[in-house]
Design a protein around this ligand. Structure first.
Ligand code: A2P
Length: 327
């Protein structure tokens, strides 16, 4: 009998956990939904049943055994409660940034490094949304041509900032973001750190290195919030070690699990947010040589940040762990 807890079940990512779990219908016998005190008793329709949301407390993982938990309730909730869950024998897949750079915690994108997930101490981290979609094409390129340097410029949707982020755009508020997101592109995601980068930029840099197992890879990033509801877009510039033919690169990218290449400039075909919304694939297009450097390439990469960038990636990790349990 497999029992799974969903922590943050009332949030944007939490609700998507439920949707993706319904779609996948994994071999799970029991689900328990947790959120903050505010949501205690709230009724949620899930798997053709009505579930009552429970308040997450220090005893939640002591009073009852859960085999797995999916957490998406912010870093401070994970810091406290994911640790308690792990200590009580529950395997946590955590969507917050809290554990991602911990050396004892695997940071996993199933299509890229699922093999790293099995050596865990009951906590596995789900990477940042912008990192997840970027590392699929980067891994595909690295396998054939070895990547030497990466420059990220992101165009990130408001849904990545949770329900409050969506409200800022749809209700013209200035509560979640420091400036009106309506009619602005805001070159700040998360807080600034000492070197004038934002934390989001640092996350992308460090997480890319960890997932690709290239601790010294030169990576830089500029992360921008744009007035788009859902799906992140990224312009990615890469310097490769070996020479390439563009046609081969398109082929390798398209053959990589989880990537769909949409690239036909003559027909004006390239990835758009609206194509990615509601799907789990990473769309890549505008693939072209960067003539300013040797073996340089530019491309455009779009994915649903709430699905592939968060909930679906976490559920895919769970799905693979469950499969492994059966071996
Ligand atoms: P709640 O809805 O009860 O506040 P989002 O990122 O979309 O705002 O969602 C955050 C999620 O994390 C929500 O489900 C929220 O529950 C949950 N959450 C926030 N703080 C806590 C907490 N201290 N304990 C449990 N869940 C929390």
């Amino acid at each position: 009998m497999i029992s799974v807890a969903i922590v943050g079940a009332t949030g944007v990512v939490g609700e998507m956990f439920l949707k993706v779990l319904e779609e996948k219908n994994l071999n799970i016998d029991k689900y328990t939904l947790f959120a903050s005190r505010k949501s205690k008793g709230k009724k949620v329709n899930f798997m053709n049943n009505e579930y009552e949301v429970k308040e997450l407390t220090e005893d939640s993982f002591k009073d009852e055994h859960f085999d797995y938990a999916l957490f998406s309730a912010g870093g401070s909730t994970s810091e406290k409660y994911a640790k308690i869950a792990a200590q009580n024998g529950c395997i946590v897949i955590d969507n917050s940034s809290f554990f991602r750079m911990d050396k004892t915690v695997p940071l996993i994108v199933p299509q890229v490094n699922m093999e790293d997930a099995y050596e865990h101490f009951n906590i596995i981290a789900n990477p940042n949304c912008s990192t997840i979609q970027a590392v699929l094409p980067l891994k595909a390129l690295d396998e054939k041509y070895k990547i030497k340097r990466v420059i990220y410029s992101t165009y990130q949707a408001v849904s990545g900032a949770g329900k409050k982020g969506i409200d800022d755009l749809t209700q013209n508020k200035v509560e979640k973001f420091p400036y009106p997101i309506n009619n602005n592109c805001i070159p700040q995601i998360d807080v600034f750190v000492d070197n004038d980068y934002t934390k989001e930029e640092i996350k992308m840099i460090e997480e890319t290195r960890k997932i690709l197992k290239k601790p010294k890879l030169p990576v830089t990033a500029t992360c921008v919030r744009v007035p788009v509801l859902n799906s992140h877009a990224e312009s990615i510039n890469v310097e490769l070690e070996y020479p390439f033919k563009i046609e081969d690169i398109k082929k390798y990218l398209n053959n990589f699990p989880g990537i769909i290449v949409l690239d036909d400039p003559e027909k004006l075909i390239y990835p758009l947010n609206s194509f990615a919304n509601g799907t789990d694939e990473v769309y890549v297009g505008r693939i072209r040589r960067d003539y300013s450097q040797e073996n340089g390439i530019n491309f455009w990469c779009v994915a649903d940040n709430i699905r592939k960038g968060a909930a679906s990636n976490a559920v895919e990790i769970l799905e693979n762990l469950l499969k492994k349990d059966l071996e």
